[in-house]
Design a binder for this molecule. Structure first.
Ligand code: PRP
Length: 175
């Protein structure tokens, strides 16, 4: 594990109080994207762990698309999108999960992942873990197998990891 990378990402993350609602401190990772050297180190850290072991990278809307697509490019594998409901034009699998108030649904194209493919799930933040767990369900509905969940930041106090069972979760940084 690259401690200096975790430190540098931590320094780059920006805390925005009361976003998206009062009482929540939003961790904004867009400064990491603006810094080409730091962004490259983040991507290489993920790529190093998974080279040769992945057939498809799945990025979770919206910020997971950014890191995920670059990781897929570096690994020279396909990239699949997990999106909020109603956004994907083709036939989809769909999984709903509970939020504090209400529920959310994510979708993937049925043919984005083929049976037995090894799938790496990428996102910026793991919070309650609901989105990542639903994404892993989607991968399995397609017949794929999740080889890892990679996030830049894990909000450890929300214990999202516990919703991800035995899937190997790696966070560059834990808050
Ligand atoms: C954020 C984040 C993760 C998800 C994590 O996305 O990028 O995808 O929430 O939360 P969870 O672990 O509690 O499920 P957001 O819902 O803000 O969507 P956006 O990236 O499209 O704005």
């Amino acid at each position: 594990h690259d401690e200096s990378l975790a430190r540098d990402v931590d320094a780059a993350l920006r805390s925005i109080p009361d976003f998206p609602e009062p009482g929540v401190v939003f961790k904004d990772f867009t400064p990491v994207l603006l810094d080409p050297a730091l962004r490259t180190r983040v991507v290489r850290d993920v790529v190093r762990r998974h080279r040769g072991g992945v057939d498809v990278v799945v990025g979770i809307e919206a910020r997971g698309f950014i890191i995920g697509a670059v990781v897929a490019h570096e690994l020279e594998v396909g990239f699949a999108l997990v999106r909020k409901e109603g956004k994907l034009p083709g036939a989809t699998h769909s999984v709903s999960y509970d939020l504090e108030y209400g529920s959310a649904t994510v979708e993937v194209h049925e043919d984005a992942i083929r049976p037995a493919q090894r799938v790496l799930v990428v996102d910026d933040v793991l919070a309650t873990g609901g989105t990542a767990a639903a994404t892993c369900d989607l991968v399995e509905r397609c017949g794929g197998s999740v080889v890892g969940v990679e996030v830049v930041l894990e909000l450890g106090f929300l214990d999202g990891r516990s919703r991800l069972g035995d899937y190997p979760v790696t966070a560059l940084l834990t808050d």
